[in-house]
Design a protein around this ligand. Structure first.
Ligand SMILES: Cc1cc2nc3c(=O)[nH]c(=O)nc-3n(C[C@H](O)[C@H](O)[C@H](O)COP(=O)(O)OP(=O)(O)OC[C@H]3O[C@@H](n4cnc5c(N)ncnc54)[C@H](O)[C@@H]3O)c2cc1C
Length: 477
């Protein structure tokens, strides 16, 4: 019998699994996808928000700023790149200034540290390439940037190092209450468990409704994005928002951890919970809006567009509680922005809920909070590179030339816990394919390495899901 089944291996499920792995429990994480963090956690703005816009009387306001403050420690422990570059909400007129004052006051309620409303000169000292018409801005130095999928992968790896089990390509089809817990039916058989934690993203209402009456509904809300090439580096130095509107935080422009520029998102309610297709008209709207912030943003440098789905609930806030009428079944739902920023604090809260529900959790003496460091070849000095290649010549073989990713890094990504088994999974872990050619050059090499390391024929190596095949058969023997 399992103690906890966590449904969903996005950042919510993996963070909670890692925090519960501190205790003596048998934990299983299930995900229908073939990799950790393949849904919303893989497609969002990747901002660790400071917490001034989340309403103070909501769970979003309660968890955002405390969650933000915990990122230095978790990223240090799990060797995940994280940069506190600060954010600016820019204003163009007196009305905007009033909005900034309201955000500032809300931020004070949420205990956001070191915020300041800047006048024009102070703004341009920080961000010289903004639209010259900008007159003021709310500065929040605690805002940061991260690769959310890398955090989730690291959390899954660390949870597994501490005893949790990860079952991918395992879709929950139904759940039944039993005398002492739940029976979870999947496409790969049944699991019995005392407790269930529902972290299924845009599917959380469907999972909730398997065990109890509907109490909330998820309306997926799509956001499209552009990614710009790295050679526009330094044009944008902070996370730049315009004043928020009825659709939320609006279109932002930000550097990414890898040094690209990310522009987006828009906001559109959609029916299809699986559709990640981008939309030309919506991208045009994003482009026009972003040019108001940075008139010189070079949209001829776009290397990729993508879209993600927010798990917006009809209750308007995070839902983090035991489901009504389902003892021992916890929902982590409605987990839209600032979910990523809040998750460290939310995971601690879920542990507290579990303590109350179980009557007390017993700590493991041998919990290991760190994971084995990841070698990032392109960040090493020449001397370090030389030493590494001497020890392991696979690090002397560059596979992705845009991002300088070596064969050694790809092999390591495949063989770690929660390891990569698709081309996209290698990209998420190593950066191979993130660059200007978007995998045009390294993609076939990555397929070869995956096939060799996993002992599979190349036709069985997919880009992403099993529907995203790359090769079907040999044409010439
Ligand atoms: C456009 C956009 C921008 C955002 N920007 C930010 C931001 O800048 N900062 C911020 O803090 N937050 C942001 N967010 C929110 C943030 O991305 C989410 O809060 C977070 O990623 C949600 O993680 P999750 O684990 O709940 O969901 P997911 O990552 O979607 O994980 C859910 C998992 O459940 C699995 N699953 C679903 N159904 C089943 C089933 N039946 N059986 C098994 N597995 C199942 C899925 O495969 C998936 O892997 C943004 C979101 C979007 C869409």
């Amino acid at each position: 019998m399992n103690d906890v089944v966590i449904i969903g291996a996005g950042v919510a499920g993996t963070y909670i699994a890692r925090e519960l792995a501190r205790y003596q429990m048998k934990i299983v994480i299930l995900d229908k996808e073939n990799d950790v963090a393949n849904q919303t956690t893989a497609a969002n703005s990747a901002i660790i928000h400071a917490g001034y816009d989340a309403l103070a009387d909501q769970l979003k306001g309660k968890f955002n700023a405390p969650g933000n403050a915990m990122f230095d420690q978790i990223c240090e422990e799990l060797d995940v790149p994280f940069k506190r570059i600060g954010s600016l909400v820019i204003g163009f007129n007196e009305n905007d200034r009033k909005t900034l004052v309201k955000l500032f006051e809300n931020g004070l309620k949420n205990k956001v540290p070191d915020m300041k409303i800047l006048d024009r000169d102070e703004v341009f000292a920080l961000e010289p390439n903004l639209n010259p018409a900008v007159t003021c801005a709310l500065y929040a130095p605690s805002a940061g940037i991260i690769e959310p999928w890398e955090l989730a992968i690291a959390l899954a790896e660390n949870a597994m190092e501490n005893g949790a089990e990860l079952k991918l390509e395992t879709e929950v089809k139904d759940i039944e209450k039993t005398a002492d817990g739940y029976k979870v039916y999947t496409n790969k058989g049944e699991l019995v468990t005392r407790y269930v934690i529902n972290c299924a993203g845009v599917f959380t209402d469907i999972i909730n409704n398997m065990v109890t009456e509907p109490t909330f509904k998820i309306h997926p809300r799509k956001g499209n994005y552009f990614v710009l090439d790295k050679d526009v580096d330094n044009l944008v130095r902070h996370i730049i928002f315009q004043c928020p509107n009825e659709n939320g935080k609006g279109v932002l422009v930000t550097p990414t951890v890898r040094g690209n520029i990310l522009v987006g998102p828009d906001s559109e309610f959609v029916e299809d919970r699986d559709s990640l297709a981008t939309d030309g008209d919506r991208l045009n709207y994003i482009k026009e809006t972003a040019l108001i912030s940075f008139p010189k943003l070079p949209f001829n440098k776009v290397i990729r567009t993508f879209a993600g789905l927010r798990a917006t609930s009809d209750l308007g806030d995070f839902i983090i509680e035991e489901a009504k009428g389902a003892k021992g079944f916890i929902n982590v739902a409605g987990f839209e922005s600032p979910g990523l920023s809040s998750i460290p604090a939310v995971a601690q809260y879920v542990v507290k809920l579990m303590e109350e529900i179980t009557g007390g959790l017993r700590k493991k003496e041998d919990f290991v909070p760190t994971r084995r460091k990841v070698i990032r070849f392109n960040q090493l000095s020449d001397a370090e590179k030389k030493r590494l290649i001497k020890k392991n010549p696979d690090y002397g073989n560059i596979i992705c030339r845009c991002e300088t990713v070596t064969e050694g890094e790809i092999i390591d990504a495949i063989h770690r816990k929660a390891g990569a088994c698709t081309v996209k999974a290698v990209k998420k872990r190593t950066g191979a394919g993130f660059g200007r050619c978007q995998g045009g050059f390294c993609g076939p090499r990555v397929v070869e390495i995956l096939a060799r390391e996993l002992g599979k024929p190349m036709e069985e190596i997919h880009y992403d899901s099993s529907r995203a095949y790359i090769l079907t058969e040999e044409t010439k023997k």
